[in-house]
Design a protein around this ligand. Structure first.
Ligand code: AFP
Length: 324
């Protein structure tokens, strides 16, 4: 009999990669992976189990909550709230953070997440994702202050993309690693270690319907990309658009526009984690004037313009904005 192939699960990978208190952090991550497996199972049976469509309520952003949004949010909270390493949970779906009365020694981590991004795409069977960002609780100040740390202080970030296959991508600050969910064993299995975003790519990705109301610089930048032979791709699910940009290179842009003068995407649970991953993979992320990861948040649901991609396209972007 031949030798059995070795596999590395995300849990095993974390144990190997993290020096400090690996057990503690690994336990936290296992809560996240368990929740995303529950969400993935629900999504896969969505057409069969009447979870398509609106839930009937609006979330704190005034958006219609989808049934799956509600399920995904609940799954993550249920899987994390009893882990005593968690100090606070901050979700796109909840106006206020859920805070736990745990000592500094045990309740060390703050998890910020978008449970189901791109949920308006669910009804049409298009990819959606879960995004998460992890901060360490500060040893000083209030828990509220710990929740509003800059992106440079993230200790981990990742996302799960529910596509033709389900993939988890994460970083703890030593590279970006990708896992595919093997449905036969229910585990995320390593498929690519130390992913690198290509230095230059073939695509730009943006909602061009908003072009007339973008600030100066953006339209010219996109026009010059068209002139340079770039192709366009836009799914309208941030995780899917980002994942393609990570693998193939190019640039994703969500600039400010007339109805969303501060941009649409959220700093804490969309831009920050993806910016951390992009930088770890050799790419860059900007809000149009500076580095995403250096923005000091003032509130948990704050929005930001978000431009992320390969080094070549991002440097050209900075030049275009400087000239505008
Ligand atoms: P939903 O979760 O409401 O679908 O919003 C998803 C999202 O915030 C992000 O995933 C997309 O990149 C973006 O919206 C697409 O928005 P536009 O329709 O404005 O281009």
């Amino acid at each position: 009999m031949g030798r059995m192939a070795k596999i590395t699960t995300v849990q095993g990978h974390i144990q190997k990669n993290i020096s400090e208190a690996s057990g503690t952090f690994g336990w936290l991550m296992s809560g996240i992976t368990l929740a995303t497996k529950m969400i993935e199972a629900k999504i896969r049976s969505a057409g069969l189990s009447d979870v398509y469509g609106a839930f009937g309520a609006e979330n704190v952003q005034g958006e219609q909550q989808q049934k799956l949004d509600v399920y995904a949010n609940q799954a993550i909270i249920n899987c994390l709230e009893n882990r005593d390493t968690v100090a606070a949970l901050v979700s796109e779906e909840d106006e206020q953070p859920v805070m736990f009365d745990r000592s500094l020694d045990t309740g060390k981590y703050i998890i910020v997440f978008d449970p189901l991004d791109g949920s308006s795409n669910i009804d049409v069977n298009v990819n959606v994702g879960t995004i998460f960002s992890v901060h360490k609780r500060l040893t000083w100040g209030s828990l509220e202050e710990s929740v509003l740390q800059t992106g440079t202080r993230q200790v981990a970030a990742g996302y799960v993309l529910y596509g033709p296959s389900t993939m988890l991508v994460y970083t703890i600050g030593n590279g970006v690693h990708c896992f595919t969910l093997d449905p036969t064993i229910g585990a995320f299995v390593l498929c690519q270690e130390n992913m690198k975003m290509p230095g230059k790519g073939p695509y730009y990705s943006t909602n061009e319907a908003n072009v007339a109301t973008w600030p100066a610089g953006y339209e010219q930048y996109i026009a010059s990309m068209r002139a340079d032979g770039y192709s366009a791709r836009y799914i309208g699910s941030l995780v899917a658009d980002f994942h393609r940009t990570l693998l193939k290179g190019g640039v994703f842009l969500y600039p400010p526009n007339k109805t969303k003068s501060g941009g649409k995407l959220r700093l804490l649970y969309e831009a920050n984690p993806l910016a951390f991953i992009a930088e770890q993979a050799g790419g860059m992320a900007s809000n149009g004037t500076g580095r995403i990861l250096e923005i000091k948040p003032s509130e948990i649901h704050q929005r930001t313009p978000f431009i992320v991609g390969s080094r070549h396209e991002m440097e050209a972007f900075q030049k275009a904005m400087g000239a505008a």
